[in-house]
Write a protein that binds this ligand. Sequence first.
Ligand code: PMP
Length: 310
Amino acid sequence: MAKSDPKKYGSLITYFEGDYRPWHEAKVHVFSPAMKYGAGVFEGIRGYWSDKLNKMVLFRLLDHLKRLEYSQRVMRFEKIFAPEETSGPILEVMRRNSFTEHVHLRPVVYVDGDGPNGAVGPIEFAVTAVRSGKKETVNTGVAVQVSSWQRLSDLTMPTRVKANANYNNSRMASVQAKHDGYGAALMLNQKGHVAEGPAMCFFMVRNGVTVTPSITSNILESITRDTVIQIFREEIGIETVERDVDRSELYDCQEAFFCGTAWEVTPITSIDGIPVGDGKIGPLTQRLIKIYFDTATGAVEDRRGWLTLV
Ligand code: PMP
C-alpha cells in the first residue's frame, strides 16, 4: 500500500483501471512489470484555478495526451490509449474532486500482469490529481549544480518519451544536487553539451541572444519549452536559438531559467556557485513569468486554444 500522506491525499478520487476509486484503492501489485521494471509511461499536466474564468482550466491537455499516446507507441505497449480515451477520465477526476485550487495531474499507462506477453501487456490506465500550488522557486529562483550524472542517451532509452524508468536518471541527479546543497541539477548529454534538468528544460540569455538546447540534445520535447518559444516569438518579439550549448557558456550568461509543467518558469540564480548575471532574476525571465502565468491560468484571452475548461 502506498505510504502517501492520508491527510493530504486520503480524500481524493482517482481513476484506476476502469473506475473512479478512493485514493487508497489505486494499487498495483509488487510483481507487476510496472513495479519490476518501471514499465509505464506518464504525463504531468497542470490544472490551474482561473480567477478570471472562475473555473479550473487544464493547460495544453491535448498536447500532453498526444505525447502520452506517442510514449506508449515507442514503448511498444500492446494497447494504446489515445487522447479520446484518456481525456474523459481526466476531466471526470477533476470534476469529482471539485478542485478550486491549482493541481498537478498524472495520467499513467503501465504494464500490469504476468501473461504470456508480459513485456507488452496487459496495459492499464490510471489518473491521479493532487493539489499543487505554484512552485515557491518561481519567486526565489534556484541554485543549480551541473551534475556528474549524464542525461540518458537516446541509444539507451527513448529520451523523448516520458517512460517511468527514465526518471531514475533524473532522480540520481536531483538527489546529488540536494545532497550537495543545491536547489536543482542540470545534466549534460554524452556529447558533453547541456541537455536539461530533471523534469525541466533549460534556457539562457547570452550576449542578448536567447538560447535553448536543440531537440536532438537528448531532451524531452517539452510542451513548456514550446510554450516559452511561442511566447518569446509572438509576445516579446524574440527568436529563440535552438542549438548545442556548451558547459562553459553557462558561466557567462546574463539570465537563465528552467521550464516545465511542474517547474513552470523557474529562474536560475547561480550555476556551480557562479552567479547568473548579478545573481538576481533577470528582466526577460521576469517578463516571461508574468506572461506564462497569465496565459496558463486564463487571465488573458486564450488565443491559441491551449486551455480546456473543466
Ligand atoms: N524534461 C523532462 C525529463 C521532463 O520530465 C519534463 C516534464 N514533463 C520536462 C523536461 C518538461 O516538459 P513539459 O514542459 O512537457 O512538462
